[in-house]
Write a protein that binds this ligand. Structure first.
Ligand code: KG4
Ligand code: ZN
Length: 344
């Protein structure tokens, strides 16, 4: 008999619902909140209000696209954290009441584990290759940058992580400094395609072990631009493609250096990337190039599974469903998670 799981994601500014039949995605519907563009970043209070407006139509749409009735669902998986508390609360409360009403199990999901396990979700058209355990996953999003050793679905170990800004923030904040718009990652990615990555050189952080730091890069870009703007008011406008390419090149090099180190230290050559920044064309190419350079087998997610989506929540829910890891109705969200991907 097949298992139908509904996934609900509401940790940041996207409201998403997905239906899985076993490990196959029947629907994965995402409502982006445009309102935040106006403010150049996510406004938490506006995000939770939009989730409230979106959640019922989004779930309704996901069920319709999956061509199933709510009574066919076997369980409801939802993002418990980390993320914005107000936003998480909307998804959590809805998931709790919906599961209670339908009399089916409730399953809490850690958003970061879900980004990684998105690699196991299958599309209906054809089956994709999934990573073999143990593998390393570079999780790069707007809030996190981590190298994770994945021994099994729920046996994950953070080998290194950022001590300050996340890789996505490095993109977003530099785009903001350059007045390019929000979110900065896709805009820089687009501009970089037509720029010269060697045009400007920015310093690399000197951080020990497998950890990352991106706040120094942001500051050096800020000072560099400030000095150039003193000489030429139009410096950014005239050089935006080269600037974007050089900044992206630096961020990718920083990310790759530690990932290569982690692979050498652990001897693991199964390499995956996850999270919003894994949509970056330069990073995807750099990872892929690792196949020839380092003998890696690489797993690069389809674009719709890079940024926040509920399919990743539902597939993680399926693995928990199979082991009977259900959640009590007393559950509350958490904004941060610790090294064991638990409530902090
Ligand atoms: O995983 P995600 O959707 O949300 C979080 O959990 O944070 O990641 C969002 C981040 C943003 O910082 C955004 O700028 C970045 O992913 N991003 C990109 C690209 N697309 C999204 N960064 C670089 N290049 C892209 N193409
Ligand atoms: Zn995310």
């Amino acid at each position: 008999m097949s298992t139908y799981i509904l996934g609900i994601e509401s940790s940041c500014d996207d409201t998403s619902a997905a239906v899985l039949k076993d490990d196959v995605i029947l629907s994965n519907f995402i409502a982006n909140q445009e309102i935040h563009r106006k403010y150049g970043g996510v406004v938490p209070e506006l995000a939770s209000r939009s989730h409230q407006q979106n959640i019922i139509p989004v779930i309704d749409q996901a069920l319709k696209e999956a061509k199933i009735n709510k009574n066919q669902l076997d369980a409801i998986a939802f993002t418990r954290g980390p993320g914005l508390l107000g936003s998480l609360l909307v998804g959590t409360s809805f998931a709790k009441s919906f599961a209670l009403g339908l009399g089916i199990p409730l399953i809490e999901i850690n958003h970061l584990q879900a980004h990684i396990l998105a690699h196991f979700a299958q599309k209906p058209e054809h089956r994709i290759e999934t990573p073999e355990f143990p593998f390393l996953c570079l999780t790069v999003s707007g809030g996190h940058t981590q190298i994770v050793r994945v021994n099994h679905y729920f046996d994950m170990e953070i080998l290194g992580q950022t001590i300050d800004d996340a890789a996505g923030e490095a993109f977003d904040k530099t785009a903001k400094i350059m007045s390019l718009g929000y979110p900065g990652g896709p805009i820089i990615d687009q501009l970089a395609r037509e720029g010269n990555e060697g045009a400007f050189e920015f310093p690399h952080p000197n951080i020990s072990d497998l950890d990352y730091s991106f706040s120094g890069l942001k500051t050096s870009i800020l000072y560099f631009l400030r000095d150039q703007l003193k000489k030429d008011d139009d410096f950014i406008e005239n050089n935006k493609r080269d600037l974007a390419a050089s900044i992206q090149y630096t961020i990718i090099n920083i990310l790759m250096k530690k990932l290569v180190k982690a692979s050498k230290e652990t001897g693991i050559k199964e390499i995956a990337i996850a999270g919003g920044v894994s949509a970056n064309s330069g990073l995807r190419k750099a990872i892929k190039d690792g196949e020839k350079k380092y003998g890696w087998t690489t797993y690069i997610p389809a674009f719709e599974f890079t940024t926040d989506n509920a399919a990743m929540i539902a597939i993680t829910g399926l693995f928990k469903f199979q082991s009977g890891a259900f959640t009590d109705q007393k559950v509350t969200p958490y904004s941060r998670s610790n090294a064991n991907f638990q409530n902090d």
